[in-house]
Design a protein around this ligand. Sequence first.
Ligand SMILES: [Zn+2]
Length: 64
Amino acid sequence: MLCTDCQSGYHAPYDRFERLAANPEVPSYLMRCKQCGALWNESSGAPELLTRTHARWLYPGVRI
Ligand SMILES: [Zn+2]
């Protein structure tokens, strides 16, 4: 269940996110909302909501 902030997208307050992993070659960052646990992929394009499976595929070895 997404919190009300995540339901409307990836936006401020950004301090609700913690960075779990990074892929410097893309670059992209795996961010997790501290309020609801939603996983977001932050990169040069539009931020994308990720499933755990997708996040593990993009960031091998990440603990989620
Ligand atoms: Zn959230």
